[in-house]
Design a binder for this molecule. Sequence first.
Ligand code: ADP
Length: 254
Amino acid sequence: MKRIVIKVGTSNLSDGETILSEAIERIARSIARLREKFEIILVTSGAVASGYTKLRLDKSLISHKQALASIGQPLLLETYRKIFESYKILNAQILLCGHDFDSCSCTQNAKDTIEVLLSNKVLPIINENDALATAELKFGDNDRLSAHIAYYFDADLLVILSDIDGYFDKNPHEFPEAKLIKHITSIPEQNLKTTYDPHGHFATGGIVTKLIAADFLMKRGKKMFLCNGAKLEDLEAFLLEGIQRSGTIFGESK
Ligand code: ADP
């Protein structure tokens, strides 16, 4: 059975204020369908946003963000647990940091756990250990972490769900004429560099971390699919019927 890592971003789960259980419900419904054909590992963000619904700390401070993550992570998982239970899917939580992949024995331990979970039809739900992972919190999102998970845990494909239909030849939020690139096999080095705007935000949205994730996987002979989390029917068509309505495939097609 092919193994797929699906990464869900905060933008797929929240309205900017709270985590929406309807959003989790839609993702769970899709995952339940996909599990008939694939082994699925879910990587989810959303801990800080969940924590913020309970305690309004100033999120510009790293220590506050970490405290919010530690409040929010159990709340987030509880929402997933309740919803997946209605699909008779048992889930498990694994919290990882980037440096967990620096040590072979640590990676192997995590992989052994994942194998046991998957062979018992349990859905592993992974998040960054945000309460500890300072650099990860600063540089944001689980894109690079999910690429490591896909590679080290032997997935055939990483799916990144975003708020956009895929990778365009330029930022579609700035350039309405931007064209979707449906398939790409290499990324120019200059597109992998993060640039910041004067407010310290990514000048290019979060697309660079997605490109870095894709580049990491492509250089190791793996594939990634970037698609819109609001169009899960397109993801299902791609994975279950091999029809690409939207989204970008990164890597050689077989
Ligand atoms: P998420 O929160 O879903 O992880 P991000 O907002 O971090 O997603 O990253 C996606 C955003 O990157 C898009 O909404 C878009 O504004 C921006 N972006 C910049 N350049 C591009 C591009 N060439 N193609 C697609 N998106 C781009």
